[in-house]
Design a protein around this ligand. Structure first.
Ligand SMILES: Nc1ncnc2c1ncn2[C@@H]1O[C@H](COP(=O)(O)OP(=O)(O)OP(=O)(O)O)[C@@H](O)[C@H]1O
Length: 283
């Protein structure tokens, strides 16, 4: 694991709120190479956002560690930028100013004012938002807001880009457009990305590997699926590609057969033997 760019090592997460204990994640081990695109998929509530927040440094794990480029992650930092499902732009700032806020802070010393200005414009151009620099978030569509959020995240040149269902709130067409943009940018910049999604097609289309979490409580990594499809990828041609469909089937099988079966077993066991903890499916 030590040789990976990013490693999640034996991470456990237990929340204790008002005396109630929830074991969310159990022994999560994941090594990510530089430039890799990883998707995390799993049923609602299994702990995907918790895992992403631990990598972001927003949540401290109960045990285990996250190591990024040789340094342990203990707090949020500019080397990890997060894009959430619902944009987190400041409503009183324009598109330009929202990106400028992050850029001016991150590169206060390392870039001149002119360089920062050019960098803000370049990143907004990359996501196709050059036409709306002076608009405020309330004046642009949901898809455009997500584009600005992505530009802001990219502009910080993070070591890892963390995407928490970044397209989840968008209509299908806008979602497809943004997926294309992210693939194009990824091809160009070679970012290391970890993305949470509920969308199996999105996961297969975008990822190098799909990490599938078992159902909580105490979710583990159930399986990791390597997506060996050449890039650039085209959703239309892939739709007829048997490999694409096989990958899709594998994720669907994990989610709707293997994990569902475990749920049923757990229910049955709890009924027959009291509240014995459920045994989780392993890869
Ligand atoms: N701060 C917290 N305090 C207590 N419990 C929490 C906290 N954050 C998350 N949880 C619990 O951890 C579990 C996993 O939540 P999480 O949001 O990580 O799941 P998820 O897989 O991202 O869900 P979804 O797909 O619905 O977004 C849930 O049972 C949730 O209630």
């Amino acid at each position: 694991m030590a040789s990976h760019y990013l490693s999640v090592e034996q991470v456990d997460m237990t929340f204790v709120t008002k005396g109630a204990t929830t074991n969310v994640l159990k022994e999560i081990d994941l090594g990510v190479a530089k430039g890799e695109y990883i998707s995390i998929i799993g049923h609602s509530g299994c702990g995907k956002s918790t895992l992403l927040n631990i990598i972001a440094g927003l949540t401290s794990s109960t045990s285990g560690a996250v190591i990024l480029d040789g340094k342990e992650v203990n707090a949020p930092g500019p080397d990890r930028s997060v894009v959430f499902q619902n944009h987190s732009l400041l409503p009183w700032l324009t598109v330009y100013e929202n990106v400028a806020l992050a850029v001016n802070k991150t590169f206060a010393r390392s870039k001149t004012k002119a360089e920062r200005h050019a960098w803000i414009l370049k990143n907004l151009e990359m996501v196709g938002m050059s036409h709306a620099l002076n608009k405020r978030p309330s004046e642009i569509s949901g898809g455009m807001k997500q584009r600005v959020g992505i530009a802001r995240a990219l502009a910080m040149e993070p070591k890892v880009l963390l995407l928490d269902e970044p397209f989840g709130a968008l209509d299908a067409l806008t979602r497809a457009h943004l997926q294309e943009e992210v693939m194009r940018i990824q091809d160009e910049l070679g970012n290391t990305v970890i993305m949470i999604t509920h969308d199996v097609d999105e996961a297969v289309l975008l990822s190098d590997r799909i990490v599938m979490l078992t159902n909580g409580p105490s979710a583990r990594i159930g399986e990791i699926l390597e997506i060996d499809l050449p890039r650039p990828r085209n959703r239309i041609t892939l739709a007829d590609d048997p490999r694409y469909n096989r990958y899709r089937q594998e994720v669907l099988r994990f989610l709707y057969e293997k994990q569902r079966k475990v749920e049923h077993l757990a229910e049955r066991r709890e009924k027959t033997a009291g509240a014995a903890p459920a045994k989780k499916a392993r890869a």
